[in-house]
Design a protein around this ligand. Structure first.
Ligand SMILES: [Mn+2]
Length: 347
């Protein structure tokens, strides 16, 4: 595995030096954050990030994410110019050594939670989604005031977007994804950049928005849209695992055997009886997923792709971007290292 850590660039309070001090850390997962979705990334920004990572003894060879412009997801006539820009970004990241690009195809939101700082009994905080808190929220009526939500959308604009997606529907979204992949994957292949779609988080429709990267059946359908190794998955255990219909180790076994997982997001999640969930510590005992089995499956199938500890709780008084502190993600990385070493020695 190539152990990696997400870094939000020079404004990230967590330094590359700290990241490099985590045992086994190899790659930095990052992106150019100061341009809008749909724009071409400046070569200078990419080079300066690559150099900063190299100076810290790390490799910047994986991107999360190159965002997909809403017009592409909606299938608007303007999508072609945004797809051209997308392809240009794949070329540019490949020029500085990037080998894998994570992205998602979720309408409007990247993820949904109802609270970002839910306090556990031990005083740590984490992101949660409580169905009780979600009830009664109607973005068409009230606009949206959820944590992490992009407040730059005006109420009317959001309403329009939601109505447009209702019209597109699931089948329309599939068609728009196919259109995108048929143009992007050949470029990715040419540049030797593995494309890795991130599943929808959570993996079911929300606020009436269609969501399609959700279940084993749909992942099968996705991989068949363009049946090419360069059209692969970011397998996020927390995103797919917060619904009980997904057999996480079984799916990992199938897709890693097929060589279609390029990036693993490994974190645990505690599922509650009413469908709510809490992001927990990484240890199996802290949540609903069998972390040892997840790692064992990857090791047994010779998985050699990227792995990151994904989110962490906020612990030890750390403040910052929810889910993206240093301490608990570093603990997650150490735990993954331990499971990996043991699984390898038992092979
Ligand atoms: Mn993830």
């Amino acid at each position: 595995m190539k152990l990696s850590f997400r870094w939000y660039g020079k404004s990230d309070p967590i330094s590359l030096e700290y990241i490099s001090q985590i045992p086994g850390m190899r790659s930095v997962v990052s992106a150019v954050y100061d341009v809008k979705p749909g724009e071409v990334w400046p070569r200078e920004s990419l080079k300066s990030m690559r150099d900063a990572c190299e100076d810290a003894g790390l490799v910047f060879d994986i991107v999360e994410s190159i965002p997909v412009h809403e017009d592409i997801k909606l299938g608007l006539p303007s999508r072609d110019k945004y797809i051209d820009a997308y392809c240009e970004n794949i070329r540019r990241v490949s020029e500085i050594g990037v080998k894998c690009v994570c992205y998602n195809f979720m309408p409007v939101f990247d993820w949904t939670r109802t609270q970002l700082d839910k306090k556990a009994a031990d005083g740590s905080t984490s992101l949660v989604m409580y169905m009780e808190q979600l009830k009664g929220i109607d973005p068409l009526r009230d606009g949206l005031d959820l944590p992490g939500w992009d407040a730059s959308y005006e109420k009317e604009e959001l309403k329009q977007l939601l109505l447009s997606y209702a019209e597109v529907g699931e089948e329309g979204l599939w068609e728009n994804l196919r259109y995108f992949l048929e143009r992007v994957i050949p470029v990715a292949r040419e540049c030797d950049v593995l494309m890795a779609i991130h599943p929808d988080d959570p993996p079911y429709p929300i606020f009436g928005l269609p969501r399609i990267i959700t279940t084993e059946e749909n992942l099968d359908r996705f991989l068949a849209l363009v049946d090419d190794r360069y059209n692969g998955l970011t397998f996020c255990t927390g995103s797919l695992g917060c619904a009980d219909f997904n057999d996480i180790p079984g799916m990992i076994d199938k897709y890693s055997k097929a060589g279609r997982i390029h990036f693993m997001h490994i974190r645990n999640i505690r599922n509650l009886p009413d469908g709510s969930f809490e992001e927990s510590g990484h240890l199996s005992a802290c949540g609903s997923l069998d972390m040892a089995k997840i790692v064992k499956t990857l090791v047994n199938n010779g998985f050699d792709g990227y792995v990151r500890p994904d989110h962490g709780r906020m612990i030890w008084g750390e403040t910052g971007k929810p889910g993206y502190g240093l301490y608990d993600r570093a603990l997650g990385a150490a735990y993954i290292n331990g499971l990996w070493e043991m699984a390898q020695s038992n092979r």
